[in-house]
Design a protein around this ligand. Structure first.
Ligand SMILES: [Zn+2]
Length: 239
């Protein structure tokens, strides 16, 4: 293979490798983000449940206060019985007493209900906190593993960068700018193989005439359809 072409094939492979590092690093960060999302969701659930527990407890407190007021009222009613003058007053007092007693029984039932809610939510809260602790320690472990992976990828990338810059120094300026020009629109497919007489950049077949020119040329050859630099695939080199 032509020395210049050989250099460009290598250069193009380096460029492809460099581009390939970004998605690998992103995959690592994505993995961590999935775990972080779970932690966020757990924290959200915990906050919500704490609000619900506070709500049940504050409602219970209101019922406690109400119960005390009702107990006072019952006392007042009992005291009034001594001062009752007629049956009408007695009946009114009795009715008032009945209503207060009903309210007491309602408040007591509410307290039982609210305590039940608070207890079951507190239990759930403990479970969520335990789940969160596990998740957080998993995240720390994963974070360490991921930053190690990313570091390794960055080291590998630096090696490719270094190899690339060493290669670039050796490449003839005109050849390099020719490559850069194609790369501007073709991205990382500026240099492609020719397999089965077809360009692997645009997938168009070379005419027999162009193909025979390609086979004999010692120069850098570009695809007549798309303009990418083409080189012989391994198997056709072996032929
Ligand atoms: Zn082509």
């Amino acid at each position: 293979m032509n020395k210049h072409l050989e250099q460009l094939v290598k250069l193009s492979k380096f460029d492809q490798d460099i581009v390939g590092f970004e998605p690998q690093i992103k995959t690592q960060n994505d993995k961590l983000n999935i775990f972080l999302k779970t932690v966020d969701e757990l924290n959200g659930k915990i906050t919500k449940i704490c609000v619900e527990i506070d709500d049940a407890k504050s409602k219970r407190m209101k019922n406690d206060i109400h119960l005390k007021e009702l107990a006072e009222k019952i006392k007042e009613i009992s005291a009034k019985y001594d001062m009752v003058k007629n049956e009408k007053e007695a009946k009114a007092l009795q009715l008032e007493e009945e209503i207060s007693k009903e309210q007491i029984s309602f408040a007591n039932n509410e307290i039982v209900r609210l305590d039940g809610i608070a207890t079951s939510k507190e239990q759930l809260l403990e479970e969520l906190k335990a789940e969160l602790a596990t998740e957080e320690s998993d995240v720390e472990e994963l974070r360490a593993a991921i930053s190690k992976n990313i570091e390794e990828l960055e080291v590998k990338r630096d090696v490719v960068y270094k190899d690339k810059s060493e290669l670039v120094e050796k490449i003839d300026g005109k050849i390099l700018s020719f490559y850069e020009k194609i790369k501007r629109w073709a991205g990382n497919t500026a240099v492609v193989e020719l397999k089965n007489q077809a360009c692997y950049g645009c997938h168009m077949k070379l005419t027999n005439r162009a193909y025979s020119d390609f086979l004999v040329t010692e120069e850098i050859f570009t695809c007549p359809h798309c303009g990418r630099i083409i080189y012989k695939a391994e198997e056709s080199l072996a032929e």
